[in-house]
Design a binder for this molecule. Structure first.
Ligand SMILES: [Zn+2]
Length: 107
């Protein structure tokens, strides 16, 4: 007999195979949560605040995309794609909120 676990399916208590899809989703969500936590911790870290401010200052707060007023620092290669580049100067550019929001879809 396969390992079973109790679950609620369509409002009813039922036992399902422990290795069924539900477990895959749970593992996926846990991994995603961990990634988000690490990312959030990074964005809240003093080293990121310091580096991001330096990028803005070095570029006179000019958005690298539209030339408007940059209010934040953007990762050219996102931290999601390459975590190791998160503090690399060449991977950082000043960006305004509008461009950053627009980038979200293709980042
Ligand atoms: Zn912009």
């Amino acid at each position: 007999m396969k390992p079973q676990k109790l679950s609620i399916v369509n409002g009813r208590r039922t036992t399902i195979d422990y290795d069924s899809r539900t477990r895959e989703y749970q593992t996926y969500n846990r991994t995603r949560w961990r990634y988000n936590k690490e990312t959030m911790q990074f964005y809240n870290s003093s080293i990121w605040r310091k580096t991001s401010k330096q990028v803005l200052l070095a570029n006179n707060y000019v958005c690298a995309v539209c030339g408007g007023e940059a209010t934040m620092t953007d990762h050219i290669v996102s931290v999601k794609k390459d975590w190791s580049k998160r503090l690399e100067w060449d991977n950082l550019q000043p960006i305004c909120k509008a461009c950053n929001d627009a980038k979200g879809s293709w980042n």
